[in-house]
Structure formats: structure tokens, C-alpha cells
Design a protein around this ligand. Sequence first.
Ligand code: GLY
Length: 341
Amino acid sequence: MGQITITSDLNTELKQFLSKNNYSQIAVLCDENTYQHCYPLIDIPDHIVITIPSGEEYKNIETCGKVWGAITDGNFDRKSLLINIGGGVIGDLGGFCARTYKRGIDFINIPTTLLAQVDASIGGKLGVDFNGLKNHIGLFSIPELVIIDQIFLKTLSKEELRSGFAEVIKHHIIADGVAWKNLVSKSYDQLDWTEIVRHSIEIKRKIVDSDPTEKGARKLLNFGHTIGHAVETFLLNTSEKLLHGEAVALGMICESYIASQRDMISEADLHQIIKYINSIYPIHRIKDEYKKEIIKYALQDKKNEGRQILAVLPSSIGSAQWDCEISKEDILDAINYYNQM
Ligand code: GLY
């Protein structure tokens, strides 16, 4: 795993890193929000800035063309550096552009959302969406450095912070039942974010170190995502948008329900999961006419093998199993259960 630094002094960390590496040129990738709110907080020596529109809909090969175009126009060579300042889209897309430009230049992630700090910027999944399919084109490659500073969490809306928190809940359910008890005993508004981020990164790091390219244990990190991703991706084509973490929260409830139907988890665990998630996320009921389409998206999931839909199902709070085959009927049944809550 590359270097991940959790700090309250981002500028010193960055300066130290840059002084050890003699980069020929530096480009900074922002979206329009991070350019306004986060970029001004960072001291970067002589560089160019590339700004792209914010939003998942721009996580595509056309946007990569703009990034490659800007660094090509700037005559960037293979000893240059790209610094990604933003959430998951910026880190995934920027990293992808860096690793494919002239067969690969270095990049740093400075994640500015909770989601990117505890998940997207850790573990080297890089890529873009393609033909409506999320992260369909990409590769695994770890950034040279990830710098995490809590200062950016103050720039987030309540909804965005809550969206990132779904990945924190996920980490607890798949890997840490003891910390879960501590988490649910506290009010969401009084959480210590530094501790939350540190603990979540530790869980993700251990899992990724054991399986960097997702042949086995790393699949655990997809808990809540088989159904969550399908719902999120489908809703992109409607006027009902759900943030990634809101969709994952829905997905975790549905996938826990499927586990309980198979007696993999107890009713008590299922109810604890539902109670905690529902105390933080509003219920987003799925319209009947959407259900078939959502199942089609679940069939396209990268984790599947052949026509089988594979999901991660919890076996208790604190452990889970990957590669569990689930049927279209299981998904439908789980969505119906969720809709009736
Ligand atoms: N976000 C899941 C993973 O990094 O594997």
C-alpha cells in the first residue's frame, strides 16, 4: 500500500513529499467546487490547474481527454506529477489519467470528501464510467501519496458528509463488531471524525493489503454495493438522484435482509443494522416501474460471474461472506421489504 498520511498540517506534508521528489512539472486537478473551496487552502509550487465540472456524469473518457489535452499542451513529460484535489470522481479519474498518460506519471490524492477519505482514495481503484456503467473502464494502481486532512470535511454539506458515512458503517458491519457497539452507542452529531476516519482507513487498508486486486477478501468492501450501485446508476437517468452513500445505505439494508432470509444473520442483527441506518438516512422508496431496470443494472455488476449476481452478505455484525449468489427474486423481495419499512 502506498503512503497514506492523516494530518492536520497538509501543507507541511506536501512540501516534504515534493522536496524528496524532483518533479519536472505539476498539474492540479480540481472540480469547480474544490477549486473554489479546497484549492485555496493548499500551497503548491509552480503548477497548472485543470478544472472539470463536478458530478458523476463527467466521470467519463471525454473528461479524461480534457485532462490529457491540458498536460499535453503543457508539454508534461514522464517525470511530472498530477495532484488530485477532490472527491471520488476526481481521484478515480485523475489517477486513471495519470497512469495512462505516456504510460504513467506519478499522482497524489488529496481527498476532500469523507467518502473519498475513507474509501475512494485508498486502495488504487482508478477509472471512469462508460455507456452508463459505473467504473467500467479502469485499473488498479496505488497513488504515490494520499494526504488526509480533516479541514476539508468542514467544506461539505450535511448530505455529503452523511453519504461518506455509509462507507464507515459498511466497514464496521463487514469487519469490526466491537467498534460497531461503540459507534451505535454515540449520537451521529457527536462523532469524533478524526477517529472515525483513522479507524475506517485502518480497516480498508488491512483488507486491501490482503487482496490488492480484488480476487477474494477485497470483495467484502462491496457490501451494500450490488443493490446500492444498481439503484444509484438507474436513478441517474431519472429526476430522483441519490448520493452514492445514500444508495449504499439502502443496499446494505437490502443485502442484510437477504442474509437474514438465509439465516446467515440473526433477526436481532438485522434489526440493529436497520435501526442504525434508518436513524441517519431517510428512506427512499423505489417505484414499482423501476424495479426491473434496477435488476438489469445488478446483472451488469463487475463482481458477477457469467449471469450469476454475486453479492457480499453479512454473517454477523463484524463479518461477512463474499461471492454469495443472489437471484433477481432475492433483489425484488429485498426492495419490497425496504419499501415497506
Ligand atoms: N470501494 C471498494 C474498494 O475499494 O474495493
